[in-house]
Design a protein. Structure first.
Length: 115
């Protein structure tokens, strides 16, 4: 019997950890390329626009960080549910940790092939 609640909780926790790490990394990367983005927005912004360049950058940063954080939590919960449903179906003689690592490697390979 699959333990969906346990899988979802584990996925949410993994999503939280991943979300914090990615959000911090994206924030740092965004601050490094902020001047380049500012110049690109200034060139593309129409004259008489209601939003300033700094407001556009601030909105983009908030959307990037919050979207990343929320997205990783949702994806983590979904993958936790998938793992809870599938972990008893393969490598039954191996430990749960080993099956989780194999599941993660399979997801990594699929993600690598899709990009």
């Amino acid at each position: 019997m699959a333990e969906y609640g346990r899988g979802a909780k584990a996925g949410v926790v993994a999503g939280l950890v991943c979300g914090v790490i990615l959000a911090i990394g994206y924030y740092a990367l965004f601050t490094l390329v902020q001047d380049t983005a500012r110049r690109a927005i200034q060139d593309a912004l129409p004259v008489g626009s209601v939003i300033t360049v700094d407001q556009a950058l601030a909105a983009a940063l908030v959307l990037l960080v919050v979207g990343t954080f929320v997205g990783t939590i949702v994806v983590g919960a979904i993958l936790g549910l998938v793992f809870a449903a599938a972990h008893n179906k393969y490598m039954q003689s191996k430990s749960l940790a080993m099956r989780g690592i194999v599941f993660g490697v399979i997801l990594w390979i699929i993600g690598f092939c899709l990009t």
